[in-house]
Design a protein around this ligand. Structure first.
Ligand SMILES: *Cc1c(COP(=O)(O)O)cnc(C)c1O
Length: 402
């Protein structure tokens, strides 16, 4: 770690190939008794090409929410037929791209989107495989900003109108409506909301079949949580798999899954260097060279990332860990007991492999944080640090201002 920090610089994300592979295997293993399954990694959680390649090699497809993510999956070697396209705002261009690339499934989020896709596909003499995403009105019990399955959320169609919409869409040329999809939120700490949601989907399935529809696929989404704090006890993939197996035992469909965080979260850390310690009123400030632009989760979701020194002395200190950005939300830990660190020491933020680098930006004209993949005793830079000069090069002052 010290070697990577010296050679690549800080801040830097570091991912473990072995951990990514283990998580991919453990998730699949949890579902071994659930019948035919399809696994699509939620690309938005970590879209790095090397990470996607590892998952492709584990037999995972990709769950994408934009044309850009779709192109990444293809570039990383995922099979087009294993790609699932989710998202409320797929544009005409993105629908076309999905058809051009021959992706496996569109998860429709509204009747309007279904009509639009049907028209495009029919005009090309094609049939697009799709599911209808349903909003089951279940409270995922997670942070409001990562909750997606309550009726006031923008995602999917309300479960009470789903059968009618399903009936109308299934008549359209250009669509092969083959099932339903659901995803109620992220970082779920309990199985209960998921179980409640899946049981509602089971009732919907019965209702759709009673109305004469052939339903062959049900996409159960992602959302399984990971431990960010030592005391966190989210359900394990094995417990999740057992619940799914029990709830869906009579469904007779291919079950589809879109795990993101549970695969990538604990596969990555962010390494940072202490710039200096500044005395504060309540506690000292540890000012590190990483900031909210590099790891946004604490600023936008009040998320907790465990901090520790790379070379702990055994001493502890109460401190607030902050970045250099000119925003009060640029804080990773508030008056927390952490390993005692001093200027130039290296520290780690744990569980940063999901929704970390992918949300990074260059606010305050900071460089874009690089990513490194470790494989045993070797490592490779899998995303370079993009310097402010490269970003500035894409800007120009118009002639009429010169
Ligand atoms: C974000 C998202 C996921 C992945 O969620 P995780 O909590 O990372 O597992 C899966 N499906 C859809 C539709 C999503 O928007």
């Amino acid at each position: 770690m010290t070697k990577i920090a010296e050679e690549v610089g800080t801040p830097v994300y570091i991912y473990s190939r072995a951990t990514l592979e283990r998580h991919a295997r453990v998730f699949r293993e949890g579902l071994k008794d659930a019948g035919p399954i399809h696994l699509a990694f939620a690309v938005k959680s970590n879209p790095n090409l090397a990470v996607l390649r590892i998952l492709a090699n584990q037999g995972y497809g990709g769950d994408v929410v934009s044309g850009g993510e779709l192109e990444r999956c293809i570039a990383a070697g995922m099979k087009a037929e294993d790609i699932v396209f989710s998202g409320v705002g797929k544009s005409q261009e993105e629908l076309l791209l999905g058809l051009d690339r021959g992706i496996g499934q569109f998860n429709l989020e509204s009747e309007e989107e279904g009509i639009q896709l049907a028209e495009i596909a029919a005009s090309r003499g094609e049939t697009a495989s799709c599911t209808l995403r349903v909003n089951p009105d279940v409270d995922a019990g997670t942070h409001a900003k990562i909750s997606t399955g309550k009726k006031e959320n923008k995602f999917g169609v309300a479960i009470d109108v789903a059968p009618d919409i399903y009936a109308r869409l299934s008549k359209l040329d250009g669509l092969n409506l083959r099932g339903v999809a659901v995803h109620i939120g992220s970082q779920l700490q309990q199985l209960d909301p998921l179980e409640k949601c899946y049981r509602r989907m089971g009732q919907l399935l019965t209702e759709l079949r009673a109305a004469g529809h052939e339903v062959t696929h049900v996409d159960l989404g992602g959302g399984l949580g990971v431990p960010y704090k030592p005391e966190d006890r989210p359900p394990s993939p094995a417990e999740y798999g057992a619940m799914v197996t029990e709830v869906t035992k009579d469904w007779n469909v291919t079950l589809m899954f879109e795990p993101g965080r549970v695969i990538a979260g604990n596969s990555g850390i962010m390494v940072t260097k202490v710039i200096r310690i500044k005395p504060g009123v309540n506690s000292d400030f540890v000012i590190v060279d990483a900031a909210m632009n590099d790891l946004m989760r604490p600023a936008i979701y009040d998320a907790w990332h465990h901090f520790e020194a790379v070379q702990p002395t055994g001493d502890m200190m109460i401190a607030s860990i902050v970045g250099p950005i000119c925003e009060s939300s640029d804080i990773f830990a508030k008056e927390r007991e952490v390993d005692r660190v001093a200027t130039d020491d290296l520290g780690i933020f744990r569980t940063a492999g999901a929704y970390g680098a992918t949300m990074a930006n260059t606010y305050n004209s900071r460089p874009l944080v690089p990513e490194v993949l470790v494989d045993g005793d070797r490592y490779a830079v899998v995303a370079e640090r993009i310097k402010p000069a490269a970003i500035m090069a894409a800007e120009q002052v118009p002639d009429w201002l010169k």
